[in-house]
Design a protein around this ligand. Structure first.
Ligand SMILES: Nc1ncnc2c1ncn2[C@@H]1O[C@H](COP(=O)(O)OP(=O)(O)OP(=O)(O)O)[C@@H](O)[C@H]1O
Ligand SMILES: [Mg+2]
Length: 243
């Protein structure tokens, strides 16, 4: 049974028809990326999966149970970090586990350290750079108990080098914990480096234009990004997105 399954999802905001008959699934422990043009409805998809809105048509199931318009089942990192300004970094990271009644700070401190934010546990969000805030939001979603994580462009505010470091770190953590991940990105390299499958969305009203099964075996090394096979697939996705 698929972990997460979307069947024939359509969504409009008033007369703005955003999603048209979108169907896909994420299996247990699978890493799936979604790439698509700006404004095609990627974040909207996540808002539907997170239950913030109801789809106009179709059904979303998690472990076989319908989660249409029902919150709390997934761990969701929105495109904008949304940290609570009155809470420290540690308190922000703890939010996701606190909601389900856990008081364990050990894992949170370890994640903060691993994200290069050691020493900032007691700082407040306004004292952090944009990229640092993004990392806090990212580890907050990793620290949550849900078995599927939805990440909406988690690394977009980071410089190339930090982005690459965070990708490696995400892969290492994912290989350890094997949570299911649904990942939105504009960056084709990132999608190819991280995922098992890549779903390409069309322009609005968006549907799934193409599914790419990632042929590169894991663990993936940095050299992969410069290989001919990698470039070839990157080109294919690039033209699919443009055309
Ligand atoms: N809460 C909302 N109310 C009304 N319209 C919305 C809402 N959220 C998104 N939209 C509209 O839905 C469309 C898709 O927006 P969405 O944020 O899902 O795109 P996206 O693919 O995530 O874009 P980007 O890559 O720029 O983040 C846009 O036309 C946007 O104006
Ligand atoms: Mg978006």
């Amino acid at each position: 049974m698929s972990k997460l399954k979307l069947q024939h999802i359509s969504k409009s905001y008033g007369t703005n028809h955003v999603l048209q008959d979108v169907s896909f699934h994420v299996d247990d422990g699978e890493f799936v990326s979604i790439v698509g043009p700006s404004g095609s409805g990627k974040s909207t998809l996540f808002q539907l999966i997170g239950g913030l809105y109801a789809p106009d048509h179709g059904d979303i199931t998690l472990d076989g149970n319908s989660v249409n318009n029902s919150r709390g089942h997934i761990s969701y990192m929105p495109q904008n970090p949304s940290l609570l300004p009155w809470r420290t970094i540690l308190q922000n990271v703890l939010l996701s586990s606190e909601i389900v009644g856990s008081k364990d700070t050990g894992n949170a401190l370890e994640l903060i350290e691993k994200a290069g934010l050691g020493g900032y546990e007691d700082a407040y969000p306004h004292q952090l750079s944009g990229g640092m805030k993004q990392r806090v939001a990212f580890i907050r979603s990793l620290n949550s108990p849900q078995s599927i994580i939805c990440l909406d462009e988690p690394f977009s505010a980071l410089d190339e080098f930090t982005r690459f470091e965070m990708q490696g770190w995400l892969l290492a953590i994912w290989e350890d914990y094997r949570k299911s991940v649904l990942f939105i990105t504009h960056n084709i390299d990132e999608a190819l480096y991280l995922s098992d499958r890549i779903l390409i969305l069309s322009n609005k009203p968006a549907s799934i234009k193409k599914e790419i099964i990632n042929p590169f075996p894991r663990p993936r090394k940095e050299e992969l990004l410069l290989s001919d096979e990698f470039m070839k697939l990157k080109r294919e996705i690039h033209y699919e997105l443009r055309g």
